[in-house]
Design a protein around this ligand. Structure first.
Ligand SMILES: Nc1ncnc2c1ncn2[C@@H]1O[C@H](COP(=O)(O)OP(=O)(O)OP(=O)(O)O)[C@@H](O)[C@H]1O
Ligand SMILES: [Mg+2]
Length: 297
């Protein structure tokens, strides 16, 4: 990455140590991120949600969400607590159906094919659409190396050269230089931020096309958060990333597109989606404007 591309992140590093950034500066941060546009990346067709609804028992949690995720882009999902962001991303890799009483309707197309079609192998879908959670969850009794390669066993994938794959995944996750001399120590002994990057490396080992990240930095300090953001920026040329975040500065820094979710007494809905710099500078919907300027939420 060229030096000048790092400048917004460096500037933010200083700001994050100080007090809250004025909400109006979000547009400036977003303008500093060079957005990718559809068609600028040749990586398959991408992921499309069409008319997705979700329920927990009788409770209608999410209503009629349609969103396209273009290959090689980063999309941030923002909105107040309880508006269905986590529920929505769990429908994108069929994790929603793990939850007792959960139901869904609608279509999710990966490379043009509905992942909910009869006969689809759910395990394969979860490998193509990986997930990183809020709390880092490395396998504590496994070494760093075993953690990264753990998915290969579960997926019954064979790798020609495990050492190369290990290095490649840790490098892409931005962790290699910090752990290359202690690959056989326990993953649980790493710092929280390192553990989260280890989890990203573990997701990458099975070569996902899409990576879902549900508030991946909410348990991390500002320095670790910035490392994850740098990792996201690097990865986005090869993986489509969907990240849920409550951190507006983070959405402005890392994402190409931002989707705003809201549940006003009823099921969660997607109010508006657009290029991130537009969502933070001239949103179309008043509710989006109120949220991104900190008037509620
Ligand atoms: N396992 C569950 N069982 C029943 N209801 C649930 C379950 N998970 C979520 N819900 C409900 O679905 C709605 C959407 O929740 P969800 O966790 O998707 O929101 P969110 O936008 O991710 O919130 P947050 O920002 O707090 O993480 C909420 O009303 C929540 O109470
Ligand atoms: Mg959530």
């Amino acid at each position: 990455m060229a030096e000048n591309e790092n400048e917004p992140i460096e500037n933010e590093r200083e700001n994050m140590d100080k007090t809250e950034i004025a909400p109006s500066s979000l547009a400036g941060i977003a303008a500093g991120h060079q957005p990718k546009t559809p068609g600028s990346n040749v990586m398959g067709v991408g992921l499309e949600a069409r008319g997705v609804h979700a329920w927990f028992g009788e409770k209608h949690a999410l209503s009629n969400v349609s969103l396209d995720f273009w290959p090689g882009t980063v999309t941030a999902l923002i909105g107040p607590s309880g508006c269905g962001k986590s529920t929505f991303i769990r429908t994108l890799n069929r994790m929603h159906e793990f939850i007792p009483t959960a139901a869904m309707a609608g279509e999710v197309l990966l490379n043009g094919e509905d992942i909910y079609a009869p006969g689809v192998d759910v395990t394969k879908i979860r490998l193509k659409v990986g997930m990183v959670f809020q709390k880092p969850n490395p396998f504590p009794s496994m070494t760093i190396a075993e953690n990264v390669l753990a998915g290969l066993k579960l997926a019954q994938l064979k790798s020609e050269n495990k050492d190369d794959l290990l290095e490649e995944c840790l490098e892409r996750a931005g962790l290699w230089s910090e752990v290359k001399d202690r690959l056989n120590t326990y993953g649980g002994a790493l710092s929280g931020g390192q553990q989260q990057r280890l989890c990203i490396a573990r997701s990458l080992a099975v070569r996902p096309q899409v990576l879902l990240m549900d508030e991946p930095c909410s348990a991390l300090d500002p320095g670790s958060t910035l490392k994850i953001e740098e990792t996201i920026s690097h990865l986005s040329s090869s993986v489509t990333i969907i990240i849920v975040t409550h951190n507006m500065q983070q959405a402005a820094r890392v994402s190409d597109y931002t989707a705003f979710f809201l549940s006003a007494g009823g099921p969660g809905q997607m109010v508006e989606v657009g290029p991130t710099n537009e969502i933070f500078s001239r949103p179309k919907d008043k509710r989006t404007e109120d949220y991104v300027t900190g008037r509620f939420g």
